[in-house]
Design a protein around this ligand. Structure first.
Ligand code: SAM
Length: 226
């Protein structure tokens, strides 16, 4: 029976990968990746030549059967997302659930490593003994309810956000909880890594100073009622 390894990869700095992750990627019969072009760069950087296959959100259910067949044949299969830990706002969970159900005897192992979530919490200066992670907020349906819930939360709330929507999010937070303390982590582990702290409106002004808002963001909100 084969092994399914869920492998965390860098969130920006290619040096952020564990020895065990590299060894697992090297020894695997196949790597299933969210975007094979992104993972090809990582493999090339480390001189690895393991065959790459695509497994993204759209193909996860379809490819699960193929992965199970390979595991039955005794293969070692690695799964990676574009960045960070698979399954955290990324594909991976459906495949793992399917393999657990259809092939309980297969070994499923975690190869832990980077995640934007833990990287951000480690440098935010906010006690992360307890927090609520909501990933990406829904764009339309459920968004207002989520924003209301954040304002009413008694523990810090962590979100992922894209550069296109960060100003919109800060504007919404300014309305629902103008006195909240917000910590934004931008481009973590990359050349232009930056952590900004302030009230939502203040932070929006700081970000608007640049021509175009660029980068990837993790947002921590410490609601004012806390
Ligand atoms: N699975 C990944 C993880 O473990 O971090 C998260 C994948 S999710 C699709 C991508 C989001 O993570 C980005 O939109 C951004 O919110 C956050 N992110 C990823 N890399 C980041 C970085 N270097 N700096 C800040 N945020 C990052």
């Amino acid at each position: 029976m084969g092994t399914l390894s869920i492998v965390a990869t860098p969130i920006g700095n290619l040096g952020d990968i564990t020895f065990r992750a590299l060894w697992t990627l090297k020894e695997a019969n196949a790597i299933y990746a969210e975007d094979t072009r992104v993972t090809a760069k990582l493999l090339h950087h480390y001189g690895l030549r393991t065959p790459l296959f695509r497994l993204d959100a759209a193909t996860e259910a379809k490819k699960a059967g193929e992965v199970v067949k390979r595991l039955e044949a005794g293969e070692k299969i690695a799964v990676v997302s574009d960045a960070g830990t698979p399954g955290i706002s990324d594909p991976g969970a459906r495949l793992v659930a399917y393999v657990r159900e259809t092939l309980p005897e297969a070994k499923i192992e975690a190869i832990p490593g980077p995640s934007a979530l833990t990287a951000m919490l480690s440098i935010a200066g906010i006690s992360a003994d307890v927090f609520l992670f909501l990933g990406f907020l829904p764009h339309k349906k459920g968004r207002q309810t989520a924003l209301k819930g954040i304002a009413e939360s008694t523990i810090p709330v962590v979100l992922y956000e894209s550069p296109h929507r960060i100003l919109k999010l800060l504007g919404e937070l300014a309305k629902t909880d103008s006195k909240a303390r917000v910590v934004i982590g931008r481009e973590l582990t990359k050349l232009h890594e930056e952590v900004l702290t302030g009230a939502p409106e203040e932070l929006a002004k700081t970000l608007e100073k640049g021509k175009k808002v660029r980068g990837e963001f993790v947002v921590i909100i410490k609601p004012s009622r806390r």
